[in-house]
Design a protein around this ligand. Structure first.
Ligand SMILES: C[S@@+](CC[C@H](N)C(=O)[O-])C[C@H]1O[C@@H](n2cnc3c(N)ncnc32)[C@H](O)[C@@H]1O
Length: 177
């Protein structure tokens, strides 16, 4: 059973008004969301956002609360989302960054180290670019830049070179297609 990170602390620090409006920017498997919804009064409102449509649907099925509005989106659109929902101000915003257990558990999503599958790693399956495309098609320079800038990886150049060298030697077979 998945245990959401710092559940009690998150809810107790987040909630200042049980009748208020809250945003869960990374609803994921719905662990924090369910606890928050149960803690708030019926007239409260939670805007539950995630860019993973499947996770959001799974959370929607298990969480039977009338005070949650589920929204499939990137949380960088938060201002626009709040405007569309007619919300002028909120009492608290929660962001739990990382990969969800929902994403790790499904091999085809390509996040797991334990399960063999295509290196997909898209949090939003409606986007086109998979990690497989990046690792197999991007130039060595672009890979080094990505590892350095987004991964803060000091060995970015060496890792990118290893990948590029390996690609020259081996035509990668895709057993999943
Ligand atoms: C660690 S999980 C959240 C787990 C959740 N708090 C729970 O208790 O089940 C992180 C979630 O953030 C989502 N996510 C990551 N970046 C996002 C973004 N920019 N916009 C919306 N959701 C995002 C992922 O799809 C993933 O479901």
């Amino acid at each position: 059973m998945h245990q959401p990170v710092m559940l009690g602390e998150t809810i107790s620090f987040l909630v200042t008004d049980r009748h208020g409006i809250y945003v869960d920017c990374t609803a994921g498997g719905g662990g924090h969301l369910g606890c928050l919804a149960g803690h708030l009064a019926e007239d409260a409102l939670i805007i539950a956002i995630d860019k993973d449509k499947d996770a959001l649907q799974a959370a929607r099925k298990t969480l039977d609360y009338s005070n949650i509005r589920f929204i499939h989106a990137d949380f960088r659109e938060l201002l626009k989302i709040l405007q569309e929902e007619g919300v002028k101000q909120v009492d608290g915003i929660m962001i739990d960054l990382g990969v969800s257990s929902f994403q790790l558990d499904i091999a085809e999503r390509g996040f797991s180290f334990h399960k063999d599958a295509l290196l997909d790693m898209r949090m939003d399956s409606e986007q086109e670019l998979r990690a497989w495309d990046v690792v197999n098609k991007f130039s060595e320079e672009d890979l080094a830049k990505i590892f350095f800038e987004y991964g803060e990886e000091r060995y970015a150049r060496q890792i990118a070179k290893k990948i590029a060298d390996y690609r020259k030697k081996k035509i990668y077979q895709r057993p999943w297609n």
